[in-house]
Design a protein around this ligand. Structure first.
Ligand code: MSK
Length: 635
């Protein structure tokens, strides 16, 4: 039965436990929702005003307009870009928290944090045009934070967001400005979407979609600065060996899962757990505290500190079902409300930490940057307390886990390549793209969805593209999937890479003293970290003297689900990337919107969406696009 829901063996082992204990999981609730509303699935239900809800008959027989007169195209476009606004708001709020914390560090007011990567801070300053010579790290920290926060507050609409304009190719920035989709202020772009989609405003579907593209570029801006500032604060990821899947939960330890997206608290929890490990041992847990990750907070601490990943989005309920999780600490985004109810079936403490994300059934420990250490200590105490209530008879940890080599920031990728050519690290990569050993690059991003078999498409696409010598990068829950299934290992490279790719990954691995190849898939971080891949792509494009849409570079989100994924996919298209979706977007109710997203936008940005739910077909289509791009470069 559980084989129908997920290819993850750990999930398959735990679903019968849930069934026996009559605990509803995400898959039960998915079943309860069938059949799902066809109007909603096609995007043709409008709930924007209280005259409605209105819906348009997709077969052309019933109503073709809502009460205000909006047709299917207007309704679908408005619904879509409101999702982009929500995604941009989520990512950029994350970025704002990081920037505000950094400013406090600069002022000397946030004692729990320091700048861990001073060189990165200087590189960021240089990029933003801030002179760092002769300045103290604290002064520089504050200036960088202030300059970044200007992207949230600038009122002069003629000056673009700096973190957008300065991180892409000049041609791309010029193109986005030409189409008036380059934001001057992240918050203003989000507000503009909400305002133009209010009842009685923008009704032109193409104009609405362009507003969505601007919101998506604002999303890119907030994501980019979030990743870069986080690296300065917490350290830039470097390759590290760790493990993934539920087998990382230890029976003899006090297990604490960190879940969500924002590393501000999880970083301090990791530090506090290491410092206060004796607390756990005194409580009778010889293994001490065992911190594990879930979703993207998990990815953040995984790529920076090698903290093992317990699971990704869709199976986030499973760590509690092991009966050995003392606390699940959540911050923001992608946290299922069901966790509260499920935690109450066990001894697990669900701990919310942010005032904007509270969940019935959880204990709230408010986190502020000023009290980060006290919050972390309180969380550890709650976990120790819960451990006393653990029922050994209910412990059921699937012994399923895989090794994973993770932590491939752009700097780490360049660093690894520099072992082949210290003066010009990108040259060996370019040479191998030109000679065909590497046919192209694919970035796997995005979520899990109940609309597909969990993790399957990620795994099949990765294996299929690797066999065609495509270099694979991954972030977010896609990276989680690929780590859980053993594709971030040297063994996977030897088993699945085509001869050309294998030779390149082996040469780089050997040059870096790895005694073998780099892993098959390079884990770049959480879903906010997709911009790491952009920075590598921009460096390649600049070296070749072409814009991003000319590169043999594609993106794939085989299980896209969240509004953040909609925003990411849209900015990937805005940057010129053919972008695969393995789940069907809620736009099919409008032929105009569907055509713009899958075809016509190509004329503007060079990027477009490819919707293909069959992973085998998706491999063929993505590889065909890569061939087309290679031909365009005379390769
Ligand atoms: S957590 S947005 S399910 S990647 Fe980043 Fe995963 Fe998607 Fe959330």
């Amino acid at each position: 039965m559980s084989l129908r829901f997920s290819i993850d063996e750990a999930v398959q082992k735990l679903l019968p436990v849930a069934e026996k204990d009559k605990i509803q999981t995400v898959w039960d609730r998915h079943k309860d929702q069938q059949p799902q509303c066809g109007f909603g699935k096609m995007g043709i239900c409008c709930r924007i005003c209280w005259k409605g809800p209105c819906r348009v008959d997709p077969f052309g027989k019933g109503a073709q307009r809502g009460i205000c007169g909006a047709d299917a195209h207007t309704i679908v476009a408005r619904n879509l870009i409101r999702g982009i606004a929500a995604g941009a708001a989520s990512h950029s709020d994350h970025g704002r928290h990081i920037a505000l914390t950094m400013r406090e560090v600069g002022k000397g007011n946030a004692s729990a944090y320091t700048i861990k990567d001073e060189e990165k801070l200087k590189r960021i300053a240089q990029r933003l045009g801030i002179d760092w010579e002769g300045k103290s790290i604290r002064e520089l920290t504050k200036e960088v934070a202030d300059a970044s926060l200007e992207d949230y507050s600038r009122q002069d609409s003629k000056i673009p967001c700096r973190w957008a304009e300065l991180t892409m190719t000049q041609e791309r920035a010029a193109k986005l400005k030409q189409w008036d989709v380059m934001p001057h202020n992240i918050d203003a772009a989000v507000a503009e979407i909400m305002s133009r989609t209010h009842v009685g405003c923008d009704a032109d579907p193409v104009n609405i979609l362009l507003g969505g593209v601007k919101g998506a570029v604002a999303d890119y801006t907030g994501m980019y600065l979030s990743t870069e500032l986080s690296d300065a604060l917490f350290g830039t990821p470097a390759p590290t060996v760790t493990e993934a899947n539920l087998g990382v939960i230890k029976e003899d330890a006090i297990n604490i899962a960190v879940h969500g997206h924002n590393p501000l608290l999880s970083e301090v929890v990791c530090d506090a757990a290491a410092m206060l490990n004796d607390l756990a041992k005194q409580a009778g847990a010889p293994g001490g505290f065992n911190i594990v990750g879930v979703c993207c907070t998990g990815n953040e601490v995984m790529v920076r500190h090698g903290v093992p990943l317990a699971t990704n989005y869709l199976s986030q309920e499973m760590p509690i079902l092991t009966g050995a999780l003392e606390a699940m600490v959540v911050d923001v985004q992608c946290i299922m409300p069901s966790l509260g109810a499920i935690a109450q079936c066990f001894h697990t403490q669900l701990i919310t930490t942010m005032s904007t994300t509270k969940i019935p059934g959880a204990t709230h420990v408010q986190f502020d940057k000023e009290n980060a250490v006290e919050s972390a200590r309180k969380i550890l105490e709650l976990a120790v307390d819960a451990y006393q209530r653990r029922d050994p008879k209910r412990v059921n940890i699937p012994q399923v886990k895989e090794k994973a080599i993770v932590g491939f920031s752009a700097e780490a990728v360049i660093g690894a390549l520099s072992q082949l050519d210290a003066h010009d690290p990108l040259q060996p990569l370019l040479d191998n793209i030109v000679n065909g050993n590497i046919q192209g690059i694919c970035l796997f991003a995005g979520c899990n969805s109940t609309n597909t078999l969990q993790d399957r498409s990620f795994v099949e696409l990765a294996k299929g593209l690797a066999a065609h010598n495509v270099l694979l990068l991954a972030t977010g829950c896609g990276a989680g999937a690929l780590a859980k299934h053993g594709l971030m290992t040297q063994e996977a490279t030897l088993a699945y890479a085509g001869d050309g790719l294998k030779a390149v990954l082996t040469a780089i691995g050997q040059a870096n003293g790895l005694n073998g190849p780099l892993p098959l898939v390079l884990h770049m971080g959480s879903c906010v970290d997709n911009t790491r891949a952009v920075s590598v792509a921009v460096a390649i494009a600049q070296k070749l003297g072409v814009d991003l849409d000319r590169l043999p570079l594609v993106a794939s989100a085989p299980e896209a689900m969240s509004e953040k994924a909609v925003a990411i996919g849209t900015w990937a298209v805005a940057l010129g990337l053919p972008t695969h979706l393995g789940t069907v977007p809620q736009v099919l109710g409008s032929q105009v919107v569907t055509e713009v997203l899958t075809e016509k936008i190509k004329d503007i940005t060079g990027g477009y969406f490819i919707v293909e739910t069959d992973p085998e077909e998706a491999v063929k289509k993505l590889f065909a696009v890569i061939q087309e791009k290679r031909a365009g470069l005379n390769l």
